[in-house]
Design a protein around this ligand. Structure first.
Ligand code: AHR
Length: 519
């Protein structure tokens, strides 16, 4: 009898303990509270923040987009891979920058029109010294953009080109009625002009685009921009390298506002330019450094925007981050000049936090271009002959496309640290928007290498009935898709959330990206 009473007491005690634990667990506050005032929508997040970049570099154009009109092995439309077209359409690619990069300042567009057999060749001096046969030219690129339903962003040759060559390109591509260049276009098989709104005037004028001073470039820029109407075109000045604030200051000071619509900025997440490390075999220390570099984008955008505010308080001129992404050593055995690298969950983190930064600065950041679309740097697609795979970065861009042209919602949140030895960075990154149907999307990233974190999304001013989500995660930060296992990492339905008193309680696994849809 005594034994029975003792056992009974033990059972009751255990049950009480379990209840207490559960209660405590349920009542435990989330580490991060994110307050979203759904009725305080501000500016639109331009879809162009989700833009891409395709240079005549390595296998981005040749083998990536373009496999030749005579190719019988790989299905194509006028030489452009069908699988690539389908994937980019699905991702909702809003714009595509071409033909460079550094290549742009060596490119003479007239060499890439007319019968292919008559096109001159050139040495691609920046990228492996290979022979460029000009078989992919203006028609191919602009037709591709039409096929994709994306806006072209042409980068004009300033360093080795002329103003006349530039004006001719504008006339050739966009002139409706009779003119020498429109006639030449028609002779080459294209009756109607294309729609080309976005024009970059040079690229990295401080480096491969001519090693100019900002004062000198500002003068050259004005000379080129004078021959374009700002009502019809969006003119983008070659912008600063990373934290070169003087460059932005001079451009904003010296270029009259009626001659410029956008000023560019380039920033790559590189561990060390002399020792960039492997794309797939990296330590936690490398991972932390890459995250520090990626998160620096927030400071860069803030500081460049502050300078722009001084000269353009009405925020008419856009900050155009037309090159960003991770940069590592090339894959072993590949041409060092081709910049071919794999893409892991670490790259998904770069994409997730960077796009959140751009969303949260969308009052000034009007366009951005991930470098580069296929087979180069932080690519969304990799190809190997007839095989193609979608990288973790592709999935982030696809998950985030719900923010395109949606109304940005301010998110106020505390943070938790991700620490490694003596280094620390904020672990959580969040942005939110409301789309035209009234649905709210919240993108959350946990960059912590080892720990999951909880976030309470406290939604105010909005009655919701349904929450769904998608997640991108994997067992190891080094995980990536290969041609043998192309779907190791892909978006999945997210179930790690539950309704809380004031919104949605979310559990974010280490190095994961989640997008919630709340309606
Ligand atoms: O994206 C690769 C190169 O990086 C581009 O050509 C150049 O603009 C930048 O330095």
């Amino acid at each position: 009898m005594l034994m029975f009473i003792i056992q009974q007491r033990k059972r009751l005690l255990t049950m009480a303990m379990a209840w207490l634990c559960n209660t405590v667990l349920v009542a435990q506050p989330a580490e991060v509270t994110a307050i979203i005032n759904a009725d305080q929508g501000k500016q639109q997040i331009s879809k162009h923040i989700y833009g891409h970049f395709s240079e005549h570099l390595g296998r981005c154009i040749y083998g990536g987009f373009y496999v030749g009109t005579d190719n019988t092995k790989i299905p194509h439309v006028d030489g452009v891979r069908k699988d690539v077209i389908a994937a980019l359409k699905h991702m909702k690619i809003p714009n595509l920058r071409w033909p460079g990069g550094c290549f742009a300042d060596t490119y003479h567009w007239k060499d890439g029109i007319g019968p292919r057999s008559e096109r001159p060749t050139l040495v691609n001096r920046w990228w492996g010294g290979v022979i460029e046969d000009n078989s992919f030219g203006t028609h191919d690129f602009l037709n591709l953009c039409e096929e994709l339903g994306t806006e072209p962003y042409l980068a004009a040759n300033v360093a080795t080109g002329t103003v006349q060559e530039f004006i001719d390109w504008i006339q050739y591509t966009t002139h409706e009625s009779q003119s020498p260049m429109a006639e030449l276009r028609k002779k080459n098989g294209r009756e109607k002009p294309w729609k080309v709104k976005y024009w970059g005037i040079g690229n990295e004028a401080w480096g491969c685009g001519g090693n100019m001073t900002p004062e000198y470039y500002a003068n050259i820029y004005k000379q080129f921009a004078t021959f374009m109407d700002g009502k019809e075109f969006y003119r983008i000045a070659s912008g600063a390298n990373v934290a070169d604030y003087h460059w932005t200051e001079v451009l904003m000071r010296d270029i009259p506002k009626n001659l410029v619509e956008g000023v560019a900025l380039h920033h790559y997440s590189v561990i060390d330019w002399n020792n960039k490390g492997s794309a797939t075999e990296f330590s936690e220390e490398d991972y932390m450094t890459t995250m520090q570099r990626a998160l620096r984008m927030d400071e860069l955008v803030t500081r460049h925007a502050t300078i722009m505010d001084k000269y353009d308080p009405q925020k008419k001129v856009g900050l155009i981050v037309d090159e960003w992404g991770g940069w590592y050593n090339v894959e072993p055995g590949t041409n060092p000049g081709f910049l071919y690298q794999q893409n892991t969950m670490r790259d998904a983190m770069i994409a997730g936090v960077t796009l959140n930064i751009f969303n949260n600065h969308s009052d000034r950041v009007r366009m951005a271009n991930l470098a580069q679309t296929i087979n180069v740097l932080q690519a969304v697609i990799l190809t190997d002959e007839e095989k193609m795979l979608l990288t973790p970065t592709y999935h982030v861009l696809t998950m985030y496309n719900v923010h395109q042209d949606a109304t940005w919602l301010p998110v106020n949140y505390n943070n938790v640290d991700y620490t490694y030895k003596d280094k620390k960075v904020p672990a959580i990154s969040i942005s939110a928007s409301k789309d035209a149907t009234g649905a709210i999307h919240v993108s959350l990233v946990n960059i912590d290498y080892a720990k999951k974190h909880s976030v309470n999304v406290d939604l105010r001013g909005y009655d919701f009935k349904k929450v769904t989500g998608t997640i991108l995660s994997s067992a190891k930060a080094q995980d990536h898709n290969t041609f043998d296992n192309p779907e190791k990492i892909k978006q999945k339905e997210f179930k790690g959330f539950k309704a809380s008193k004031s919104g949605v309680l979310v559990d974010l696994p280490p190095f994961s990206v989640v997008v919630l849809e709340i309606k």
